[in-house]
Design a protein around this ligand. Structure first.
Ligand code: BES
Ligand code: MN
Ligand code: ZN
Length: 494
């Protein structure tokens, strides 16, 4: 089962199946590594006799992400380079498999060995093979003029020697990452709070989750002033979606919160025009959390999970929130809105306050929150803030699954900068320094002492503005779905 959801376009990827041998006529995908004396074959399964000689003859080295095609005894072999033979880990496998998968256009059937681990191989295939052409009307042709369109992936890849259970689990994880990518890649004229909540309803029924959608009227009645204030400038009214996975016998309760700004113009504090189109990705945190809770249900993780996903479109208009306005969040804390472009923290504050009302043991929240995250850590490394232990667990987990993450502090000296003369706190500070950390500090005000909390700023990592690399496609990446899923596994085992 993959997710059947109503979107104008979906990404495509290769089809992976588990098997005990390479099917007749399959192209063989074989790993190679860089040894002391040149190219090496680190595993022998699927490697035909004479392969090594053929690779040496064409000058293959086994370097990371190198892809070499040779024909051995009439069979096409595509060798994929893992790099240093002494330094092969899951991430090297995922990236190399991703790189080779992106060269499979036109190949009908292929086979790959599961010897390096089912999960990294399946993730490399399904994540690396992902192609999103959106609404390109010529996407299905090989037309030379249509240079930007990539062919949809149609290859069937047999993962040879894969344990069935491990295979299914890896597919579930990859499908959730690709679902998050589809949502983030969807333009905001199709994906807005109401339509996004409807898609969440489709995912909830497919995965077996409970769902409750609060519309603007319900938000008004219950006092969600942060979400309402951000949504006020848009003709498309905001929502708060609550998804629940409640397995019997669960002893731990985890709350998930994710930013769902379906488009961020900045509002009255309007953003500059250049690059603003990328702000279709400002709902990446909520898409990741949707993917996480759907996978958790399909994997039957033994923890109770409540996801609270605030959805709003941040637009400037005659009804929009102004700088200087004071708003009352869910639970009563008031904020002075200094900058309407610091909107993510306003909607998250409400969702965090609501999530914590149910006394979760852990709160994991993620958001494309600050440009300052990119300044501090670059495009690919998330900034993680929060309670010491959970923060460190998330940062380590991120690095373990290949979604780079780094622990960042909450600064005591910024406490004063949170003060407002007319409200409990204000949403931005005057300094040009530590913007990611200030946002984290702002959010910390909504988390009670007894809740272990982590905030993951994915402003850079959610979106790849450059070319595809490893198993990361252009545009939406699906980060940090795999980090949070693995963190849930670790928390469940505690
Ligand atoms: N959605 C943006 C953050 C962002 C920037 C995400 C670049 C992805 C790429 C967020 O709502 C925002 O606008 N933040 C402001 C905060 C500022 C006004 C304090 C920012 O970072 O400039
Ligand atoms: Mn903004
Ligand atoms: Zn934003």
């Amino acid at each position: 089962m993959s997710f059947d959801v109503t979107l104008p376009a979906r990404g495509t990827t290769v089809r992976a199946v588990a098997g005990s041998a390479a099917p007749e006529g399959a192209v063989l995908l074989v790993p190679v590594a860089q040894g002391e004396d040149g190219v090496e074959l680190p595993v022998t399964q699927l490697a035909p006799k004479g392969l090594l000689e053929a690779l040496v003859a064409v000058g293959a080295k086994g370097t990371a992400n190198e892809v070499t095609r040779v024909v051995v005894d009439g069979t096409l072999v595509i060798a994929y380079g893992l790099g240093d033979a002494n330094d092969i880990d899951d991430e090297a496998v995922r990236r190399a498999v991703g790189a080779v998968t992106r060269t499979l256009n036109g190949v009908e059937k292929a086979a790959i060995s599961a010897e390096f681990g089912v999960q990294p191989v399946v993730e490399g295939l399904l994540l690396g093979g992902y192609v999103y052409n959106g609404l390109k009307s010529t996407a299905n042709t090989l037309d030379d003029d249509n240079t930007d369109a990539e062919l949809p992936q149609t290859t069937e890849v047999t993962v040879v020697g894969a344990d069935e259970k491990a295979f299914e689990q890896a597919v579930i994880v990859a499908e959730s990452v690709n679902l998050a990518r589809d949502l983030v890649n969807t333009p905001s004229n199709f994906l807005y709070p109401e339509s996004y909540a409807a898609v969440m309803g489709e995912v909830a029924s497919a995965a077996g989750l409970d769902i409750e959608v609060l519309d603007d009227k319900a938000l008004e009645d219950q006092g969600f002033g942060g979400i309402l204030s951000v949504g006020r400038g848009s003709a498309r009214t905001p929502r708060l979606v609550h998804l629940t996975w409640a397995p019997s016998g669960a002893t731990k309760k985890v709350a998930l919160v994710g930013k769902g700004i379906t488009f961020d113009t900045g509002g009255i504090s309007l953003k500059p025009g250049s690059g603003m189109e990328d702000m279709i990705s400002d709902m990446g945190g909520s898409a990741a959390q949707l993917g996480v809770i759907a996978a958790a249900a399909r994997l039957e993780l033994p923890v109770r999970i409540d996801a609270w996903l605030p959805l709003a479109e941040n637009m400037p208009s005659g009804t929009a929130t102004r700088p200087g306005d004071v708003i009352t969040h869910y639970g009563g804390i008031t904020s002075e809105v200094i900058n309407t472009d610091a909107e993510g923290r306003l909607v998250l504050a409400d969702a965090i306050a609501r999530a914590c009302e149910d006394n979760p043991d852990y709160l994991i929240e993620t958001a494309t929150l600050t440009g300052a995250q990119l300044v501090a850590l670059g495009n690919r490394t998330s900034g993680v803030m929060g309670s010491d232990d959970l923060r460190d667990l998330i940062a380590e987990t991120g690095r373990a699954v290949g979604e780079q993450a780094w622990a960042m502090p909450l600064l005591e000296e910024q406490e004063d900068e949170l003060k407002s003369p007319i409200a409990d706190i204000r949403n931005t500070h005057n300094a040009r320094t530590g913007g990611m950390l200030f946002a984290g500090l702002y959010l910390s005000r909504f988390v009670p002492e007894n809740v272990e909390w982590a905030h993951i700023d994915i402003a850079g990592p959610a979106w790849n503005g450059g070319g595809a690399w490893g198993y990361t496609p252009k545009r939406a990446t699906g980060a940090p779905v795999r980090t949070i899923l693995e963190a849930l596994n670790r928390l469940a085992a505690k």
